[in-house]
Design a protein around this ligand. Structure first.
Ligand SMILES: [Zn+2]
Length: 542
């Protein structure tokens, strides 16, 4: 299966992996926890930006509040050209800094004492990078709606939030809360993350003050500016009343009111499988944008044309993919895996995408049944390339293969079979969201948690599917009443059990790298591997 699909969410990943990557000093400054980052812990951002669509220009400031962990005087802030830093201050005093590409090293004057809570304020402006193909090659999207009104949005996963605002641009550290104030032209509205506290009306502009009461990752922060209309509802969820608010372009209100009926259905399915929505205090929002969509925390962005499927297409080719709005379901699934549980290093992006691609089938399971869900997730295997391992290189801000979506989803579906206990599996999925609530994590923490709570040592299982491109092959030989079988194409020690049907009678088998055999009372006519296990099989002649 070497087919390259054209339509997928992960189109960017395929193209960027066609050649061996080489890494630069900039990759390391961006992707590692440098000494100038590690000594301080983020507490709070107060981001304030004025957006001028006429000039494709932004200006503003970010107050970065932090706790001193170690006594150091040099602090790294990230901001990508062509944006420029105008000034940096601490307690009103101007500071000096030296720049190395996107990284800026600020010399602090005030002695940084362990345990102190300090702030710096970074003033900046410029014409930010324009998105080439949002959200994969992101930045600012400067568009207009069908009425000629500006329709502007940011997207920056991978690229980094420093493409449009100054921050500590590494995923390991998150603020505990954040204020976002966005100034727009008078006739437009900004929708950002969290809750709208107030609108400040000025002569030619309005400032929208948003507040996020929970930890948030940098790429989750967003600006969406348009001629929005608003409607909403209150959902009675596991943690009580949850406000669900929807912002769409004026002309799309009727379509959205119909399509977004799936939003409470999504919430019901995901709270069942994953536990309470992780950001009740901030509410849940869907916000229309001029690109396909992104998992912006508590303001999930949406551009799927109010159609079911992925822009109207079924990625599984089973029919089930047309029973739901792919972007509404997928991007909302990220509230649990990406926004609640967040990778520390982009190499571990499977934690976001494998679980969320898998969540599509859990949505189908909840509303259409287990058989439908299995057909869906198995159907998505046609999108797997097995070109590169799912886990990418560490400390250079690079993701692994786009197979983190559907190979990852099928790995998790296989895991569900191994447990053979759906309630236990659900407890593990919910347990992950509790254990790592509002945390940044490594793949090891996730793998260990699943091994421990399932009672199965999954070391080789995860190594096989996450760290190699090899799909286990079950080789088998049939001679009259005898079946011989073994695994090939596996990592050392891989011995995953699986279900086989021999002459229509299903049972568990325990293959490993060596030949095993079993003799039946009658001649063997048919050998079938349960398709829910993501393995290949090959019949060999004696
Ligand atoms: Zn995703």
């Amino acid at each position: 299966m070497k087919k390259i699909t054209k339509c997928l969410l992960f189109g960017w990943a395929l193209s960027s992996y066609s050649q061996q990557p080489t890494f630069t000093k900039q990759d390391t400054l961006r992707g590692s926890i440098t000494p100038e980052r590690s000594w301080w812990d983020l507490n709070f951002y107060n981001l304030s930006v004025e957006v001028k669509p006429d000039e494709k220009f932004i200006s503003g400031s970010n107050i970065i509040r932090y706790t001193v962990l170690e006594e150091q005087q040099l602090l790294q802030v990230d901001l990508q050209p062509p944006l420029i830093i105008e000034k940096i201050t601490q307690e009103g005093e101007d500071l000096n800094w030296e720049s190395n590409g996107n990284a800026h090293f600020v010399t602090l004057k005030k002695p940084q004492r362990k345990g102190d809570v300090n702030e710096i304020k970074v003033y900046y402006s410029g014409q930010p990078k324009e998105a080439v193909r949002a959200p994969w090659d992101g930045g600012f999207s400067w568009k207009k709606d069908s009425n000629g009104k500006y329709f502007v949005a940011t997207s920056c996963q991978g690229l980094g939030a420093s493409v449009w605002w100054p921050n500590k641009d590494h995923m390991y550290d998150e603020v505990d809360s954040m204020a976002i104030s966005i100034t727009t032209p008078k006739d437009l509205m900004d929708v950002s993350n969290g809750r709208l506290l107030k609108v400040e009306e000025k002569k030619d502009s309005n400032t929208y003050h948003w507040y996020v009461a929970n930890p948030i990752n940098n790429y989750g922060v967003n600006i969406n500016i348009g001629d929005y209309v608003h409607f909403g509802e209150t959902y009675n969820g596991e943690k009580g009343k949850l406000s669900m608010d929807y912002y769409v372009l004026r002309d799309n209100e009727e379509k959205a009111k119909e399509q977004f009926k799936q939003a409470p259905m999504m919430m019901e399915a995901f709270e069942h499988w994953f536990g309470p929505y992780p950001f009740y205090e901030d509410g849940f929002k869907l916000v229309e944008v001029p690109y396909l969509g992104m998992e912006h925390q508590s303001s999930v962005t949406y551009g799927n044309q109010f159609k079911n499927g992925y822009l109207g297409r079924d990625l599984s080719k089973t029919g089930w993919g047309l029973k739901f709005d792919f972007i509404l379901i997928h991007e909302s699934g990220h509230e649990w895996f990406a926004n609640n549980i967040t990778y520390k290093d982009m190499a571990d992006m499977w934690i976001h995408e494998s679980f969320t691609a898998y969540s599509e089938n859990l949505y189908v399971d909840y509303h259409f049944g287990k058989k439908a869900a299995s057909e869906y997730v198995v159907g998505t295997r046609a999108n797997i390339n097995n070109d590169k391992p799912i886990i990418g290189p560490y400390n250079v801000n690079k993701q692994g293969s786009g197979d983190m979506y559907y190979k990852g989803a099928n790995m998790l579906h296989t895991l569900r079979q191994l447990l053979e206990d759906d309630e236990k599996w659900r407890t593990i999925l919910r347990g992950l969201n509790k254990e790592f609530y509002h945390k940044t994590v490594t793949t090891k923490e996730i793998e260990d948690y699943i091994s421990k709570s399932s009672g199965i040592d999954l070391t080789q299982f995860f190594d096989q599917y996450l760290r190699t491109v090899k799909i286990p092959i079950l080789e088998y030989e049939v001679k009259n009443k005898q079946l011989r079988f073994r695994y090939t194409n596996i990592v050392n020690g891989f011995d995953m059990p699986l279900r086989l049907s021999i002459n229509g009678s299903e049972d568990w088998y325990y293959p490993n790298a060596g030949w095993k055999s079993k003799t039946y009372e009658e001649d063997i006519q048919t050998v079938e591997v349960d398709e829910n296990f993501y393995v290949d099989s090959k019949s060999i002649l004696f």
